[in-house]
Design a protein around this ligand. Sequence first.
Ligand code: ADP
Ligand code: MG
Length: 795
Amino acid sequence: MNVENTGGRLFGSRRCLSLSGPPGAAPVVHRMVEAMSQLQEEKAQLQEELVVLRERLVLRDSDQQVTSTQLQNQVEHLKEKLISQAQEVSRLRSELGGTDLEKHRDLLMVENERLRQEMRRCEAELQELRAKPAGPCLGCEHSQESAQLRDKLSQLQLEMAESKGMLSELNLEVQQKTDRLAEVELRLKDCLAEKAQEEERLSRRLRDSHETIASLRAQSPPVKYVIKTVEVESSKTKQALSESQARNQHLQEQVAMQRQVLKEMEQQLQSSHQLTARLRAQIAMYESELERAHGQMLEEMQSLEEDKNRAIEEAFARAQVEMKAVHENLAGVRTNLLTLQPALRTLTNDYNGLKRQVRGFPLLLQEALRSVKAEIGQAIEEVNSNNQELLRKYRRELQLRKKCHNELVRLKGNIRVIARVRPVTKEDGEGPEATNAVTFDADDDSIIHLLHKGKPVSFELDKVFSPQASQQDVFQEVQALITSCIDGFNVCIFAYGQTGAGKTYTMEGTPENPGINQRALQLLFSEVQEKASDWEYTITVSAAEIYNEVLRDLLGKEPQEKLEIRLCPDGSGQLYVPGLTEFQVQSVDDINKVFEFGHTNRTTEFTNLNEHSSRSHALLIVTVRGMDCSTGLRTTGKLNLVDLAGSERVGKSGAEGSRLREAQHINKSLSALGDVIAALRSRQGHVPFRNSKLTYLLQDSLSGDSKTLMVVQVSPVEKNTSETLYSLKFAERVRSVELGPGLRRAELGSWSSQEHLEWEPACQTPQPSARAHSAPSSGTSSRPGSIRRKLQPSA
Ligand code: ADP
Ligand code: MG
C-alpha cells in the first residue's frame, strides 16, 4: 500500500515536471525520479518475493503436518495389528489350553510387551520430530542463525522503511524546488518578453526620431529650429534609452541570480542523486543479506526435512522388522497348534475310556465298602474285647500300685520327722543371746548340730532344712504325701516347736510366699485337673481350732460353739464332728476366701491373736473325694494340716490361773500326740487316741495306711537353745520310737505332762559316736526312768 502511494505521488510529480520543467533542470530531476521509482519497484518486488517465501514456508509446514499425521496413522495401524495379533494369540491359547502353548504364550506376551515398548519409543521420536518444525529446535545452531537472519531482515526492513521516508521527504523537497524553478523560469520569461517589447518600442521610436531628423535637415531654417527641437527631443530619448539600459542591466542581473539559484538547485539535485545511490547500495547490500539468510533458511529446512525423513524411515524399518518377528512367532504358534491337535485327540480318547471305566466304578466301590465294613466291624469287636481285658488288667494294676505304694511308704516309715531352722530375725535382738547356735552337716542333710551351754549336741532326723531353704524346698519334701491323698490316703502334717520358731510361717506363710497349706491345695487342684478325664473329684475344706481342749469351728457362723467328736451312726467306726462347716472349693481363689474367713473369725474372737494362736492348735482339714468314671470306684482322702500350739515349757513358779491351765492343756495334748505316734510306730494293739481332743479328732488320719509328717521348727539363736534341745529331742524320739517286738512292751510308754520329756538322753555326751540316732535300740533302752507311764494294755 505504502509503496503504491509513494509511486502514485512520484508519477504525479513526474508528469508535472515533463510538462513544465525548464530545459536544463528537468532531465536531472526526471532521471532522479526515475531511479527512485525503479528502486521502489525493486523493493516492492523484494517484498513480494518475501511474501512468496513465507507462503512456501507455511506450505512446507503444512506438508510436514500431513506427513506426521500419515506417520501417526501408520503407527495406529501397527498398533491395531499388534492388538489383533495379541487377540489371535489369546484365542489360540484358549483353543489349546496346553502347558506347552502356555509357555509359548508367555514368550509371545513378553515379545509383545517388548514390541509395545519399541512402539512407544517410535511414537516419542515422532513427537519430537513433529515438535521440530513448529518451534525451531531450541539450541540448534541453524535455528539460532535463522533467528539472527530474521532479526537482520526485520532490521533491514526497518531501515528500508526509514530510507523510504527519507526518499519521500527528498522527493517532496525536489518537487518544491522544481515548482519554484518553474515559477522563476516563468518570471524570467515574462521579463525577457517585456524587455524585447521595450527594446522594440525604443528602437521603433529611435527609427522614427532618425527619420524625423533626416526630414527636418532637408528643410533649412525651420529645419534648424526643428533640429534644435529634435536635439532637445533626442536628449530626452537618450535618457529614456539609458533608463531602459539600466532596466536591461537590472533584468540581466536578475537572470544571473536566477541562474545562480538554478545552479544551486542542480547541485542539490546532484547530492540527492548521490544519496539515492548510497541508499541503493545499502538496499542492494540488505537484499544480498536477505538472499543469504533465505538461502541458509532453505538449507536448514532441507536438512531438517532430511532428518525427519531419515527418522521416519528408521521407525518404519524397525516397525517392519518387529512385525516380521511377530509374524514369525505367530507362525511358530500355528505350527505348535498343529502338532498339539493330535495329542489333544489322543487325550480325548483316553478321557472317554476313563469315563467308561468310572461308570463302572460305583458298583466296584459298593462291593469294596461292604467287605471293608465287615472287616471293620470284626476289628472293632476284637478291639472291644481287648479293651475289656486291658481294663481288667488296669484295675488290677491300680490295686497293685496302691499296694506297692503302701508297702513303700511302710518301708520308708509312715511317720517321718523333718526339722526346719528359721533364719535369725530382728526380733531375736542383739548381743550374745542372739548368736547362732545351730550348724549343719555339709555331707548329710539329715544331721543338725546344736551348741547348748557350750556342749555340742547332734541329732539325726529324716531331713533337716537350713534357714536358706525356701517355702518351695520344704513343700517339695511333702509333695508326695499330699498327692497320695488323691489316691485315698489320709495324711497329717504337723508343725511343732516353740512359739516364734516358724510354725505358722511354714504352714501358712505370707501372702507373697505362701506355705504348705496353700501350695498343697494348689497342687491338689492341678493333680485333680490332670485326672479329670477318668476321675471326678470334689475337694472340701474345714478349719478348726483346739484351745484348752475345746474344739471350735473356724468357718462356722458360731465360732464360740463347742464341737463334739462322735462315732458315725452307720457303724463304720468312723468319727465325725457334727456341725463342723465344710466348704467345697474349686480354685485357689476359693481357698483364699476360706482362709480369710477363718482368720476374721479368729481375729474378732481374740484381742491378742498372736498370743492366742500360740496357745491353740489350728487345723485345716482338706477332704478329697474321687470317683473313677470307668469303674465307679470311690476314694476318700483326708489331708490334715496342723499348726500346733507352742511347745515351750512354762516354769512352774511363773504360771498361774488361766496361763497355767493353757500350759497344762497344751502339754497334755502334745504328750498325747507323742504317745499316739509312738504307739503307732511300735504297732501296738492299743493307740491312746482318746487322750486328747487333737489325737481323737485325727484318729482316722493317724491310723491304718495313714501317713504322718512332723515338721519340727527350730529357732537358731543362743537364748532358745534349751527349747531347741527340747524340740529336737521330741522329734528324735518320735522318729526312733519304732522298736523291735521284744523291746516294745518293756520300753514304750505314753508321755504325760511336761515333766515326762525332761529326761536326759544318752546322746548328750559330746562324742559324735554317742549320737542318739546311731543306735536306736540301745539309745532308747538307756533312757533311765524318763518314761513315767508305762504302756497301757490295749483297750
Ligand atoms: P510360730 O508360728 O512358730 O510362733 P512364726 O511362724 O510366727 O512362728 O514365726 C516367727 C517369725 O519368724 C515370723 O516373723 C516369721 O515371719 C519369721 N520366720 C519364721 N520362719 C521363717 C523362715 N523360714 N524364713 C523367714 N522368716 C521366718
Ligand atoms: Mg504361730
